[in-house]
Design a protein around this ligand. Structure first.
Ligand code: ATP
Length: 234
């Protein structure tokens, strides 16, 4: 599904911030990329989405090498990014965000606006509201919905519950957990291993730009346990 080999990435004029990262997501599911602030999670997700070009290494998505591809091409290959900080268009309404976002491949209408509103019911009542008028949770829902609208196979979610009230964070997590059953795998950058262990099928640990290893997680815990853990550690 996703195979990253020896990926080294530097910002222009700077030293590498990712060092020979190798990572494989072999099965559909929710996968967590865990690391402290500055570990390189955002850098890795942005490289996979085509916003940064690696100095060395390769990225393969569904048997197709996409290393260094432009973001539009990465989207066509089935990769969508939910950026940290949301990056919505503040003065556009929810409806206008949907109207401005098309499936990355022609005729791939897997996620209609109706389906997206079914996934995030609070947005249905906010279609005429501008992004800046939405709550933080609604903004995050719109950010995820906008990414899904491009019909990805792999959704890259950068700290998707950051700054959200626990109950809203749980709504977001529930949606992410359900996506693999609808044909979308998730790679989520998360700061806390405890939460990652509960919501993800595998957990990959990044420190100072290096991948320390990965583990399968106990994603079979009951919903009650999962809710307790996410509520206490949003
Ligand atoms: P955070 O949770 O704080 O976003 P992160 O794990 O996502 O952390 P990155 O944002 O990828 O980490 O940052 C990795 C390193 O790259 C840090 O040392 C950071 O200072 C540096 N960095 C990030 N963005 C840039 C940039 N645009 N230009 C130069 N260096 C950058």
């Amino acid at each position: 599904m996703l195979h990253i080999r020896n990926l080294t990435v530097a910002y222009p004029g700077g030293a590498p911030v990712l060092h020979a990262v190798t990572l494989d997501l072999r099965s559909p599911g929710v996968h967590a990329l865990v690391g402290a602030n500055g570990a390189g999670k955002t850098t890795l997700l942005h490289t996979l989405a085509g916003h940064l070009s690696p100095a060395t290494g390769t990225v393969v998505v569904d048997d197709r090498e996409v290393t260094g591809w432009h973001p539009t091409a990465a989207a066509r290959a089935g990769v969508a990014l939910v950026p940290q900080g949301r990056q919505l268009w503040p003065s556009l309404t929810v409806a206008e965000h949907f109207a401005a976002t098309r499936p990355a491949r022609d005729r791939d209408e897997r996620w209609t606006v109706e389906e997206l509103l079914g996934l995030f019911p609070p947005l249905a009542a906010r279609m005429g509201h501008r992004a800046y008028q939405l709550s933080g949770g609604e903004q995050q829902m719109l950010t995820i919905a906008r990414a899904l609208r491009t019909a990805p196979r792999l959704l890259l979610a950068d700290e998707p519950t950051e700054g959200l009230a626990p109950i809203v964070a749980n709504q977001i997590i529930t949606v992410l957990r359900d996506l693999p059953a609808r044909g979308v795998s998730v790679l989520a950058a998360l700061p806390h291993a405890g939460v990652a262990a509960m919501i993800a099928d595998t957990m990959h640990v990044l420190a100072s730009g290096q991948l320390l290893g990965y583990t399968r997680t106990a994603a079979t815990v009951s919903d009650v346990q999962r809710q307790h853990l996410t509520l206490t550690h949003p």
